[in-house]
Design a binder for this molecule. Structure first.
Ligand code: NAD
Ligand code: WQD
Length: 338
């Protein structure tokens, strides 16, 4: 298939591009590099042994996007582009609503104009109302605690409405849990600019010695060891989920939301211990107060992905820890090194 990948220079997008190329698909990437480095695109091309068109511009620019759709024929779009830092979204909400909603609306307008109506959207477990029973399934109540989450919630609603109004659309809303890990090559991986937002980059940067120690946010949760429990999923498994969602979208119209998680929860200390053991490195930490907005436990009910996509996570916690560390230790400064 010919696939447009928005945000394809980013963490999840780059891994999905690689998998699409390896499976024989043709891709075109649009990314404004606001949170990515073009080196990721070069490395994907190198790993796949295949080049593809890369356009650097803001997806909110409908004219530029229209030109891309005029020059290429697409069977579908995987829409990763978006801003994703939860804390930043609380400080500068308009930037998040502006970017994430406008880019999605602009994309859909251009897609409709060119009669491309197959879309895989990057949603998030963050759309589930805090306090939902675990494991959380796709029918759980929705509701968010921060502007980033609301942008995902609103984009989902917009896409459901588009698919309801025009039954020729096919929309798959993939709700990711906590992606970590990297391609086995160690050549691509998560490269947060500035201070990381998520757990794994803190762990890898502490293991490198760039941070003296990292803070475990709370050890008094109602969990087996008191630290927060999440559903960590290997980014390569996640990438495969997009391929399976694309295949599903070629057979079905309408809209559907699907969790991409493993169904298994690990605590912060489980992750630290597994990381230290599999990589034979030390990760010094201190117990710090709870982070505002965090909940004790989040993990997926992954059965719908199995039923509809025949997808399930294949990689385990050791794979995730080993691959995250291989990427970070081979690229201590991320893509900036290149
Ligand atoms: P990322 O920041 O690495 O990738 C997003 C990419 O989109 C970046 O390369 C960025 O430059 C690009 N981008 C942002 N706004 C753009 C715009 N207006 N025009 C063109 N390009 C733009 O993030 P990621 O971790 O790869 O996440 C991909 C998607 O998955 C995002 O939509 C994110 O919200 C969602 N998601 C991520 C996680 C996670 O924990 N990583 C979890 C759930 C959902
Ligand atoms: C995981 C666990 C922390 C950092 C976020 C977004 C969510 C989704 C995925 C996009 C928690 C603990 C973390 C640290 C720690 N993103 N932690 N010390 O909060 O589950 O989800 O990323 O859609 O929307 O909210 O992920 O990696 O930040 O935290 O103890 O330095 O690690 O408290 O228990 P989270 P995370």
């Amino acid at each position: 298939m010919n696939i447009l990948v928005t945000g394809g220079a980013g963490y999840i997008g780059s891994h999905t591009c690689l998998q699409l190329l390896r499976a024989g698909h043709e891709i075109v990437v649009v990314d404004n590099l606001i949170n990515a480095n073009e080196e990721a695109v070069r490395r994907v091309q190198k790993l796949a042994g295949k080049s593809f068109p890369f356009y650097q511009f803001d997806l909110c620019d409908g004219n530029r996007l229209d030109e891309v759709f005029t020059h290429h024929t697409f069977d579908g779009v995987i829409h990763f582009a978006g801003l994703k830092a939860v804390g930043e979204s609380v400080s500068i909400p308009l930037r998040y609503y502006g970017n994430n909603l406008n880019s999605t609306i602009t994309l859909c307008r251009v897609m409709a104009r060119h009669n491309v109506k197959r879309l895989i959207f990057s949603s998030s477990a963050t759309v589930y109302q805090p306090g939902s029973p675990m494991p959380v399934n796709e029918d759980a109540a929705l509701g968010c605690t921060n502007p980033y989450g609301w942008t995902k919630f609103m984009c989902e609603q917009i896409l459901r409405d588009i698919a309801a109004a025009d039954p020729t659309w096919s929309v798959v809303l993939l709700r990711y849990f906590n992606p970590i890990g990297a391609d086995e090559s160690g050549l691509i991986g998560e490269d947060p600019s500035g201070i990381p937002n998520n757990l794994m980059p803190y762990i890898t940067q502490t293991a490198l010695g760039r941070l003296e120690k990292f803070s475990v946010f709370g050890d008094d949760y109602d969990t087996p060891d008191g630290t927060g429990v999440r559903d960590y999923i290997h980014v390569v498994d996640l990438a495969q989920g997009h391929m399976d969602a694309l295949a599903y979208a070629t057979q079905h119209t309408g809209s559907v939301a699907i969790n991409l998680g493993t169904g298994v929860g690990y605590s912060v200390l489980d992750i630290v211990r597994a990381f230290e053991k599999v990589n034979d490195v030390k990760v010094p930490y201190q117990i710090a107060p709870r982070r505002p907005g965090d909940v004790a436990t989040v993990y997926a009910d992954p059965r719908k992905a199995k039923q509809l996509l025949n997808w399930q996570a294949e990689k385990n916690l050791e794979d995730m820890c080993r691959d995250s560390w291989r990427w970070q230790s081979m690229n201590p400064k991320g893509f900036a090194e290149a």
